[in-house]
Write a protein that binds this ligand. Sequence first.
Ligand code: XIL
Length: 343
Amino acid sequence: GETLRQAAKGRFLIGAAVSSRQLGDPKMADLIARQFDSLTADNEFKPISLQPRPGQFRFDAADRIIEFAQAHGMKVVGHTLCWHSQSPRWLFEGEDGKPLPRDEALRNLKAHIDAVAGHFRRKVVGWDVVNEAISDRPGEYLRDTPARRAIGDDYVVKAFEFAREADPDAELYYNDYGDEEPGKLEKTLRLVRELKAAGARLDAVGIQAHFVLKDADSPDQLERAIGALAAAGVKVVVTELDVDVLPRRVRGADVAARERGAADPYTEGLPPDVAEAQARFYERIFRAVLKHPGVATRVTFWGTHDGTSWLNFFPAGRRTNHPLLFDRGHQPKPAFGAVLGVL
Ligand code: XIL
């Protein structure tokens, strides 16, 4: 049958998050190369993976992803150069846990970006330069992070400057979750304006799109956010798409509910009615993307089949989630047909 890759060709890139280990499994490699034309590493391009200790770079796993992509005519997206999570502490903090002096932190940030973006020059199409810098709190603009504590609010602009110097050909993205929601979109548009005013290169805003099936507003919010970002002069990339079908709970309550054995309703498989509801949800997401040709230029799923999803572990405890287009046996789910149907 037709694949996602064939159906999206010429309209937008269609990608998946993968690990180098998965690419070594022939059955996984086949699914990935047939269905997708672009890859993001789920973990192996993050600062903690690439530079675990000062000046010690480990590129082998990431390079295997590049090689696979080249062998199958796929693009690679770099994720990510600057993030508060999965980054070594020494980048922005002293051994006492206190923020480094600004110059030292800036030197570390520049050295990381120079080495990493330099290594992958001409091998990646673009970089999530900064990930998740915006605060979720009403009234607070930037998130309190080690980089911000050491450098100040302009750490975001600085990261974009360093990235452009290290790889002048790569597209540069700002990436976040929930940035399609009105309150956070407002702050995202502010960041877009500030980056542009500072003369930074900003090609697109990344919308992670970690959706929850019961949040029926999300596809409409996505559609509006794409329009608003286009009007602000940037493109949009949907960078980490999935549709969580499990009841969402706060971390503590989730763990407590699991202990009572109540948190994991679909361990035997996704019931047909839920699979259908998920298919309709995915359909609306892709319709939103298709409304903005040339603006929404990529859709990347955060995983390939349901067994590879981070949502089997997040937010806490082991659960059996079903957020993607293929089931654990690599078979297409109703959502796969629904997406092909609108493309
Ligand atoms: C996740 C990975 O998928 C997991 O394997 C890891 O344990 C935690 O990070 N937003 C992001 C991604 O930008 O980097 C995260 O990836 C998911 C949320």
